[in-house]
Write a protein that binds this ligand. Structure first.
Ligand code: FES
Length: 247
């Protein structure tokens, strides 16, 4: 039996086929394959810039787990059926085309940045240093490492860095995992950060491009569903989960 071919972004190693997220029509995300799931809390540096993730509470997933994507569950991160009465339109609107097709490209001395702002999850890791769009143009070892750091922390994969000399993406492989973004600096909860090339299948049965970093909307208000577009920040979405203290 031949394997079905999916679009895979350059620099991405697909997760095992058993791990897949299926978007349910006007319903939750159905997660297969039990990837690890935990809160991913955005922490700031001394300059109050988004800088790293701290792992929060883990959640065990059953083989076919249902995660809320309407923003109304009282049992977050799991679906409790609230989408049936919440009146939120969960229709998918995102493109199935490769994300880089519509990316803006900025070439620096040694690195090139590709950016598709439609996928912005407002994690603000790009705002460190000189901001990534300027940082990539500075060149030099320290500036390049900071450019890479900012891109690699972008939860949505909006930002992708390439090495000019080889044309290869600079994209460290990540384990297949899910993170519930929590953003205490803004007092909001964010998308599900999906790392490690997990396939996301539309309710139509078509698959989105498989990418190393993706962010799935769970507030229900994105205009680019199923992907996050940062709307959770403006509507002040909260999942109601407490944030564990740092030890
Ligand atoms: S979680 Fe970001 S727009 Fe919904």
């Amino acid at each position: 039996m031949s394997e079905k071919a999916y679009l895979v972004q350059v620099g991405t190693t697909p997760a095992p086929e058993t791990i897949v997220i299926k978007v349910m029509e006007n319903g939750p995300y159905e997660v297969h394959g039990c990837p690890p799931l935990a809160q991913a809390i955005i922490e700031q540096n001394a300059l109050r810039q988004s800088w790293r993730y701290r792992a929060g509470k883990p959640f065990a997933l059953t083989e076919k787990a249902h995660l809320c994507r309407c923003g109304h569950s009282r049992n977050a991160p799991f679906c409790d059926g609230s989408h049936r009465t919440a009146g939120v339109d969960l229709t998918e609107t995102a493109s199935f085309a490769p994300m880089l097709d519509e990316a803006t490209v900025i070439e620096g001395p040694s690195l090139t940045l590709a950016d598709n702002k439609q996928y912005c999850a407002f994690g603000r890791f790009c705002d460190a240093g000189e901001r990534i769009w300027n940082q990539v143009g500075l060149g030099g070892e320290d500036n390049d490492r900071l450019t890479e750091r900012m891109a690699h922390h972008c939860p949505a994969g909006r930002l992708l860095v390439f090495e000019n000399e080889t044309g290869a993406p600079v994209e460290p492989a990540q384990p297949a995992a899910l993170g519930l973004i929590e953003d205490p600096a803004l007092g909001v909860s964010g998308p599900i950060m999906v790392t490690g090339g997990i396939r996301v299948e539309s309710a139509s049965g078509e698959s989105y491009e498989i990418r190393n970093r993706q962010a799935l909307c769970r507030c229900g208000q994105s205009a680019n569903k199923p992907f996050c577009d940062g709307s959770h920040a403006s509507i002040k979405y909260r999942d109601g989960l407490p944030l564990p203290e740092e030890h």
